[in-house]
Ligand binder design. Structure first.
Ligand SMILES: [Zn+2]
Length: 198
């Protein structure tokens, strides 16, 4: 028996989607069988904790408080924003190569059931970006489910209001309730290309 091992299992169980059995198997792998891997993982986590920050503009992944590579790229469309739930959605869309504009990460979607109201999402920053002017097009790339739908309506009515901005939504090519991260590049590309006015 090892108290440190038990502590590692308890810590690993905090990872999303990791049950008791998997956490135990992983802890054994890290602490006993593959200590070199474990040291590398520990070092990577430590570095990431110190350096990874949300981009001050889009809230996507960045480093040391700087603009991310997309927001800082003058070659991207500056007048178009694709709104996504998570940073991982940006990676999925980028892989498809079908979007040359910018992004905005909400950090989730509205969900009364999980007590996620507008104040819990990155909406104030979105308002600010829109009020700053120069935005001509906004794409809603949110989940194709009831909560995603409610979030789209909130953004359309409360954030964009009566502004002259072309508002479209993708997701019609994606299976219901799917998350972008699980869709392949071809599916994302056609969903983007067939986006509809919202
Ligand atoms: Zn950014």
């Amino acid at each position: 028996m090892s108290e440190s091992f038990d502590r590692l299992v308890r810590a690993l169980r905090k990872l999303p989607g990791l049950g008791a059995k998997s956490a135990e198997r992983m802890a054994l792998h890290l602490a006993l069988e593959r200590q070199d891997d474990a040291r590398e993982i520990a070092a990577a986590i430590s570095t990431a904790l110190g350096r990874v920050t949300p981009c001050p503009e889009c809230a996507g992944l960045s480093e040391d408080g700087e603009l991310c590579a997309i927001c800082g790229n003058p070659g991207r469309r500056q007048d178009a924003i694709c709104i996504v739930e998570r940073s991982s959605d940006i990676a999925a869309i980028e892989k498809s190569g079908a979007w040359r504009g910018k992004y905005h990460v909400l950090g989730g979607k509205l969900s009364p059931l999980h007590k996620i109201g507008p104040d819990k999402l990155n909406l104030a920053a979105l308002s600010k970006r829109i009020e700053g002017g120069g935005v001509e097009e906004i794409i809603l790339a949110l989940s194709n489910d009831i909560e995603g739908e409610a979030t789209c309506h909130y953004i359309s009515e409360r954030i964009i209001g009566g502004r002259e901005i072309r508002l479209t939504r993708i997701g019609f090519g994606l299976p219901s309730g799917s998350q972008l991260g699980f869709a392949d590049s071809g599916t994302i590309k056609s969903a983007l290309e067939s986006r509809k006015t919202f």
